[in-house]
Design a protein around this ligand. Structure first.
Ligand SMILES: [Zn+2]
Length: 321
């Protein structure tokens, strides 16, 4: 936690000037968040209370998101004298607002929090990143799937929906996220895709270069939520990192974990492949935060951490899903 907070402060350059006013319901509740965030990104927010708190409830885009409060001294390393929680929150690519308010309420043990009145508020300005168009050529069965595959595609979607509905009430993730493969980026999050001349949905992940069979590391500690073979995504592993954060690894040649298994940051969870809708071997990494796909790139470490098993090799691979 200490490391996470230090990292958060470094990354977001938080300062007193960034903080919004506090609404004094429970004395000493404070909220820290960046002044602006890009549509399609996730951002870190920090809630702090000088009085004992069980959890914090963040109010964002009309919904509530709960994060367990860590007690003073629990964070190790540096001593903290307050109760605090950090949370990842998404700004959807399609968000229309120019700015959005973020609120937080402290929940005390035994007290109901059904109607949450924020005790501290801040406002984030939203902006767009450049989202270029990418033209690709893939097997035509992935552009206009045959009628015989429609039922399977619907079933795939339901499996993913169910996996992402699992809630793990503990934060297993730490920032920055581990790079799953050492290769560079071949396709950005949010690019508008044109497959075989036909416009298709926006790219909701990050494509990373990797040779066929190169090991893929988990971004963070967590619990495996789904291992399957899906029509568009090929062989996949979904990991639940707790408190609404999931990562997904697509187009694998094979998965090396099983559903329900606990994994550690940097653990090899599968191998790079070219299964599903691809133009060649690569890793498609998705990050799903509070139900929204967001760009993993700003949260990834610059370098790979040493993997649990054999060394990784990678070179320029293909593109996308
Ligand atoms: Zn992709």
């Amino acid at each position: 936690m200490t490391c996470l907070l230090a990292c958060m402060v470094r990354r977001l350059a938080l300062c007193a000037a960034c903080l919004a006013l506090s609404v004094p319901v429970l004395a000493g509740v404070r909220l820290e968040a960046p002044e602006k965030a890009a549509r399609g990104d996730a951002f870190l927010a920090l809630a702090v209370s000088d009085e004992p708190v069980e959890r914090f409830v963040f109010l964002w885009r009309g919904k509530t998101f709960t994060a367990r409060a860590e007690a003073p001294g629990e964070t190790g390393g540096q001593k903290s004298a307050s109760w605090r929680a950090v949370i990842l929150l998404p700004v959807p690519l399609e968000e229309k607002a120019h700015s959005l308010e973020l609120g937080v309420a402290a929940a005390v043990a035994g007290r109901r929090t059904n109607s949450v009145a924020p005790q501290a508020l801040t406002r984030l300005a939203l902006y767009d990143k450049a989202r270029p168009v990418q033209k690709l050529t893939v097997d035509k069965k992935y552009v206009n799937p045959p009628a015989s595959q429609q039922a399977r595609i619907r079933k795939d979607r339901e499996k993913v929906r169910q996996a992402l509905a699992q809630f793990l009430p503990e934060r297993c993730w730490t920032m920055p996220l581990a790079r799953p493969v050492p290769g560079g980026i071949s396709s950005l999050f949010g690019m508008k895709r044109v497959f075989n001349g036909q416009p298709r949905s926006v790219h909701r992940g990050l494509d990373m270069r990797g040779a066929l069979g190169a090991p893929v590391q988990a971004c963070a500690d967590g619990q495996v939520a789904l291992v399957d073979n899906l029509y568009f995504s090929g062989n996949v592993v979904y990991i639940n990192h707790g408190e609404g954060v999931f990562s997904a690894y697509l187009h694998l040649s094979e998965a090396q974990v099983t559903p329900g298994e606990r994994v550690r940051k940097g653990q090899i969870i599968g191998l790079v492949g070219a299964t599903g809708r691809v133009t060649g071997p690569h890793l498609h990494l998705s990050l799903i935060v509070q139900g929204q796909s967001v760009d993993p790139q700003p949260l990834l470490a610059a370098e790979c951490i040493p993997a649990v098993s054999s060394a990784t090799s990678a070179h320029a691979g293909g593109l996308n899903q």
